[in-house]
Design a binder for this molecule. Structure first.
Ligand SMILES: [Zn+2]
Ligand SMILES: [Zn+2]
Length: 669
């Protein structure tokens, strides 16, 4: 196995704030890096802001500052947010760097030398007022399919249709409002990706490179000849000029992943290392963490670029699931959007979120849901009441009784568990890590309940102190195993027990002084949750600009097929809405009472208060998913099922109605 490891997470786009969705990836990657370092890998963590493209050029112009100044301000904000959440990059750099320009040009030259670059004319929409070509996202108009106004040039957010910008009704420039748009043609540069199809088939199939779920749908892209990739953009643009061309720039998605390489180069220069030892050496694993939205770039474009230019191809691309918030997609228009600084300004402990994310993330790319009630229950019930309690109870009793550890009496056999945890960390299965550590800690809490050292102190002080010393040593193991997830918590155990926590060291800490115990983590109060929930609002009319468009590359992970058995596990029933009311302080939610023919009606919570007045739903026969586990929506409010709605009508959500003569409880098949 390689001794070195280079780990990256996706580069945040320098056109907006870090939000709680970004932090899922940051936490997962940071935990991975900390764990790899703890178990003895020489692992560096590299990141940068992704700074180029039309959205940034336009935002900077709107803000009246040069783009360089605009991205610098964002970089400062990003760096502060990451630091607050203990995301410990070795370098957080920028793609607008001399190193990145040099590497982008070299890789472009290598692709050209390999015969993989093609030039041809492309016709695009042009605004004569702004004197620029308009990317699809900068053309707005009426959807040709459903007639919804103010949609993008490539797709309708309302009905989900995709189309050519020319099909849009009443098209206009999103920048200046000009409706007299022209079509003009200009030369563009393409990478002939199909040239690397065989290489990509091999690379994606090699064991360990991709998770099985991800490999399965990358296969669908690879089943067809890969489309050529347009890597050029016309001026005005913020990015790197294509050498030898006037008014032509590299598309941001060419130089963004090269930021991984060029930022490593920068780190190497600053630390007296050789770039080749990280990007050209079999003794270094290159591991990328990404979200589901950028799989195409990282599993096709990026390995092909590296392969063509003689750098190491990634050892592994790990994809995590997307974040939903209280069961709904994180979205500004739905008011379920939270920025990192919203969380921090509400006064919540970043370690709570790290713990919650790690407790929910597994090795597979399943989505995870941020439920504030669950966050509170997990932190209070697990971190605080289990591991924290073990450490705090034992340390406090020792502190009051001489302040010194004695001997543990019986040895702690934990080598095999630690080996297992190292492996789980490697697989990014932090959910299982936490479960194993909680089980271990519970054993010692139960042992304390049984041996009652607080009573034993009166009759057999030595035996009592032995029990407590054993408990402290068990808590120290738990703390070191959880340290990648909750470093501050672990540092507290380390400091109070008086000696460093090191993986692989199983010699018990005995006959040594401890320091005064204090709480290791604050309890999550209802008031904390309420404070954070109050930030769940303020939909912005227009974000600061979209991320550069991803190529319409084929199926998404969500579109994978399921079996008939998967479908038949759903228990769908007709339900009659008996009453509906708003939920105080939750302006998205309606609390419904629904008759499912079970005798007593069920309470079901729906996030459709902005689509329906409560009384409009009363009396309707709706379609209910009846076999979901109950879900908490706050104090005393649990939902016992889910009502189905369709999107794409006049309302944002339209209840799926069944005819009035269908009896409540009837099965829907
Ligand atoms: Zn539409
Ligand atoms: Zn215009």
């Amino acid at each position: 196995m390689a001794s070195r490891m280079l780990v990256t997470h996706a580069l945040p786009y320098a056109n907006g704030s870090i939000h709680l969705g970004h932090l899922v990836e940051s936490v997962q990657t940071d935990v991975f890096v900390r764990a790899m370092n703890a178990i003895g890998k020489e692992c560096i963590f590299i990141c940068a802001d992704d700074t180029h493209g039309t959205p940034i050029e336009i935002s900077a112009r709107k803000a009246g500052v040069p783009p360089e100044e605009y991205i610098e301000a964002i970089h400062r904000e990003h760096a502060e947010d990451y630091k607050a959440f203990a995301i410990d990059f070795d370098l957080f750099y920028t793609t607008h760097s001399p190193e990145n320009e040099r590497h982008a040009v070299r890789i472009y030259d290598a692709l050209k030398a390999d015969g993989a670059i093609d030039q041809r004319d492309v016709e695009q929409v042009y605004c004569g007022v702004d004197k620029r070509f308009l990317p699809d996202r900068y053309i707005r108009g009426t959807c040709p399919v459903c007639g919804w106004k103010d949609q993008y040039g490539d797709s309708c957010e309302h009905c989900g249709s995709t189309y050519e910008p020319t099909a849009l009704l009443e098209p206009r420039c999103a920048i200046c409002g000009n409706t007299a748009l022209e079509r003009r043609s200009s030369p563009h540069w393409f990478v002939k990706l199909s040239k690397y199809q065989e290489f990509l088939r091999d690379w994606t199939s090699a064991p360990g490179h991709l998770q099985p779920e991800i490999k399965n749908f990358v296969d669908k892209w690879l089943a067809e000849p890969l489309r050529d990739w347009d890597i050029s953009r016309d001026a005005p643009y913020f990015g790197f000029r294509i050498p030898g061309e006037k008014n032509k720039y590299f598309y941001v998605w060419l130089d963004a992943p090269i930021g991984y390489l060029s930022s490593t180069d920068k780190w190497c220069q600053e630390h007296g290392k050789r770039l080749e030892d990280y990007w050209k050496s079999p003794d270094c694993e290159v591991v990328h963490f990404i979200g589901k939205d950028i799989i195409y770039f990282h599993t096709l474009f990026w390995p092909a670029m590296l392969h063509a230019s003689g750098w190491s191809v990634p050892s592994r691309v790990h994809v995590h699931g997307m974040l939903t918030v209280e069961g709904a997609k994180m979205s500004k228009s739905r008011g379920t959007f939270l920025n990192a600084h919203d969380y921090l300004h509400a006064g919540l402990d970043p370690e709570w979120l790290r713990y919650f994310y790690a407790a929910n993330l597994g090795a597979s790319p399943s989505d995870i849901d941020l439920s504030l009630g669950e966050l509170k229950n997990r932190v209070n019930g697990e971190l605080l009441a289990n591991v924290g309690n073990l450490a705090n109870r034992a340390l406090s009793l020792i502190w009051k009784n001489g302040g010194r550890l004695t001997t543990t009496g019986s040895p702690l056999a934990a080598e095999s568990l630690e080996t297992k945890l190292a492996d789980l960390y490697r697989q990014c299965d932090t959910r299982a890590v936490i479960q194993n550590v909680l089980d271990f800690s519970s054993q010692f809490n139960q042992r304390l309940q049984r041996t009652k050292p607080w009573e034993l102190l009166r009759t057999d002080r030595d035996a009592a102190l032995r029990e407590l010393t054993l408990a402290v040593n068990a808590a120290r193991l738990c703390a070191r195993w959880l340290a990648p997830i909750v470093p501050k918590f672990a540092a507290g155990v380390e400091e109070q027990s008086g000696a460093p926590l090191n993986w692989g060291d199983f010699k018990p800490l005995e006959d040594a002084p401890i320091r005064e115990p204090r709480p290791l983590v604050r309890k999550v109060e209802d008031a904390d949750i309420a404070k954070l929930a109050s930030k769940f609002v303020a939909p912005e009319p227009e974000a600061r600009g979209p991320r550069p468009e991803a190529p319409a590359g084929g199926p998404t992970p969500e579109a994978q097929s399921i079996t008939i058995d998967d479908f038949s596990r759903l228990d769908l029933r007709a339900g009659k809405v008996l009453s509906a009311e708003r939920v105080p302080k939750k302006d998205k939610l309606l609390k419904l009472s629904i008759d499912l023919g079970e005798g007593a009606p069920r309470t079901i919570v729906s996030g459709v208060a902005q689509s329906y007045q409560p009384e409009e739903l009363v009396g309707k026969i709706v379609c209910v998913v009846a076999n979901l586990p109950p879900r908490e929506f706050g104090k005393g409010l649990a939902s016992n099922g889910m009502v189905l709605y369709s999107q794409g009508g006049k309302r944002e959500n339209t209840a799926i109605e069944l005819p009035p003569d269908v009896a409540p409880g009837s099965k829907v098949k």
